[in-house]
Design a protein around this ligand. Structure first.
Ligand SMILES: *[C@@H]1O[C@H](CO)[C@@H](O)[C@H](O)[C@H]1NC(C)=O
Ligand SMILES: *[C@@H]1O[C@H](CO)[C@@H](O)[C@H](O)[C@H]1NC(C)=O
Ligand SMILES: *[C@@H]1O[C@H](CO)[C@@H](O)[C@H](O)[C@H]1NC(C)=O
Ligand SMILES: *[C@@H]1O[C@H](CO)[C@@H](O)[C@H](O)[C@H]1NC(C)=O
Ligand SMILES: *[C@@H]1O[C@H](CO)[C@@H](O)[C@H](O)[C@H]1NC(C)=O
Ligand SMILES: *[C@@H]1O[C@H](CO)[C@@H](O)[C@H](O)[C@H]1NC(C)=O
Length: 442
């Protein structure tokens, strides 16, 4: 089942490469039809790769990185993007009293032979092949054996059973881009211990997460653990903003991207979530906007080319602030809910960008230091967006920045085309730590 999805995504990845398009394609059968020609060439490529690699098709991690190929091309400006300091208003309701004022983002990576939390060879049910570095040609796995230790905070023991017990009768939702999907897959592997778990139910239908006719895949996934009645869900939304087709009669339509309106899925289902983790960041660049035919809208009107908001850093800032304020108003009505804005996941391309030969070839962990000492997030736009709201920051940026060796790099078979993945992470790997920090705060 998962394998079929993979194949679909791989094919779609190729479509994306050819057209710079992405997920909206899947929702529009007409457009999908018009890509038949790409499908054929994708198929031929699959066949070629099969022959070349002389492996079973099932085992070819081949197609490349994935649906998110397009996604490597982020601007990176998002990090330093906007000025404006913000004070971290940590009011984490953590268990220990000692943890009350803990800044989980400040601390140190330490070697730990109890890591990773699951096996990259075993967690086939939930882990996409495109991210399972154990299934690729990578030879060095030392990046798996570290744990994040925040200074002066007690970390609860993070295991599948502990997580599920804590989340009894609850739903954890991730909404965001492929880095959010990585965190979702990591959580599925941790919750199951990476073991085959036939008892876990697919409940995507409850959230409208079903493959539309003609679509290549659903917009997300939802799984329920019957023993504890816990649901873990992911919904794909690269910008967290509402997308509205502008011309439904044409096969290729443009979309109004409403910077100040949360994505429809969130509005519809927010009341069924107990813990919500949002992320966005790597799609805020002209290439993605043009490729997806996204047109900026604010206050229901098109953003003029001369407007301040035409600058995508400012556009993203408006979305982050809008969504934080909207979530804050939802939290006023549902105070038991916990909402996190996950800060941006850092990229590590050196000597070029994703499409100009950039690489991240280091395999030695922590060669640039192991500690984060500053009090503030280096994701200034995200930190300032949650300031003054009840939305918490899941600040993983500086911590992850120390782990340049944890990317997929040139391990995937995509690399022969000269494209390395220094954006997505190997799993198990760095996103496991994001979930560990999340667990400590729920
Ligand atoms: C499962 O949890 C939900 C709340 O998330 C609750 O409404 C439902 O009744 C629970 N179902 C069972 C069988 O306990
Ligand atoms: C979960 O729901 C079940 C059935 O509704 C209930 O018996 C149980 O006490 C609930 N557990 C928690 C932790 O809320
Ligand atoms: C902005 O410029 C582009 C290309 O120059 C044009 O297609 C578009 O209509 C303009 N948008 C607005 C809102 O003026
Ligand atoms: C970010 O957006 C908020 C809310 O619209 C605004 O108050 C703030 O000035 C913006 N920051 C920058 C640097 O544009
Ligand atoms: C990946 O890059 C590293 C460092 O540049 C190099 O040593 C290694 O041979 C490469 N691996 C493959 C499979 O190309
Ligand atoms: C290591 O740190 C130096 C100095 O802060 C910085 O210039 C360099 O980009 C860092 N390298 C990596 C791989 O993060």
């Amino acid at each position: 089942m998962e394998w079929i999805d993979e194949q679909q995504m791989k094919t779609k990845a190729m479509i994306n490469e050819a057209s710079s398009d992405e997920d909206d394609t899947a929702r529009h059968p007409l457009r999908t039809c018009s890509y038949l020609v790409f499908l054929v060439s994708a198929f031929i490529s699959i066949l070629k790769s099969y022959i070349v690699s002389k492996r079973k098709l099932l085992k070819v991690p081949g197609f490349l990185q994935q649906q998110e190929q397009e996604h490597l091309g982020d601007d990176g400006a998002s990090l330093a993007g906007l000025p404006g300091p913000a004070s971290r208003s940590h009011t984490h309701k953590s268990r220990g009293k000692a943890n009350k004022d803990c800044n989980y983002a400040k601390g140190k990576w330490v070697a730990d032979d109890k890591r990773p939390l699951y096996s990259g060879n075993e967690c086939k049910q939930w882990l996409s092949k495109m991210w399972a570095c154990r299934m690729m040609r990578r030879a060095d796995f030392s990046y798996e054996n570290y744990r994040w230790q925040p200074h002066g905070c007690e970390m609860p023991e993070f295991t599948g059973p502990n997580f599920l017990e804590r989340m009894q009768n609850q739903t954890l939702a991730f909404v965001g881009d492929s880095l959010g999907r990585q965190q979702f897959q990591s959580m599925m592997c941790i919750a199951t211990g990476g073991k085959y778990s036939p008892e876990v139910e697919d409940v995507g239908w409850k959230y409208g997460l079903v493959k539309a006719p003609g679509a290549l895949r659903p917009d997300g996934w939802a799984y329920r653990f019957p023993a504890t009645n816990t649901t873990i869900l992911f919904y794909w939304s690269a910008t967290l903003s509402e997308l509205e087709p502008l011309n439904t009669e044409h096969a290729v339509t443009s979309y109004a991207l409403h910077l100040d309106r949360p994505v429809t899925f969130l509005k519809k289902y927010v009341n069924s979530f107990d813990v919500l983790v949002l992320n966005t960041g790597h799609h805020w660049n002209r290439g993605k906007f043009n490729g997806n035919h996204w047109q900026l809208y604010a206050d229901g009107k098109p953003v003029g080319n001369g407007s301040r908001l035409a600058d995508l850093n400012r556009a993203k800032n408006l979305t982050l602030h809008s969504i934080a304020r909207w979530m804050d108003s939802e939290l006023a009505r549902h105070p038991q809910m916990k909402v996190f804005l996950r800060t941006i996941s850092p990229r590590h391309f050196v000597n070029g960008d994703w499409n100009t030969g950039g690489t991240c070839g280091n395999t030695v962990p922590l060669s640039n230091g192991s500690e984060v000492l500053q009090d503030h997030s280096i994701d200034i736009p995200a930190e300032s967006a949650v300031k003054g709201t009840q939305v918490k920051l899941l600040d993983i940026t500086a911590i992850s920045k120390l782990r340049d060796e944890g990317h997929i790099s040139n391990s995937s078979f995509k690399a022969f085309t000269g494209i390395n993945d220094c954006l997505h992470w190997c799993l198990p790997g760095i996103p496991d730590m994001w979930n560990e920090l999340l667990f400590a705060q729920i």
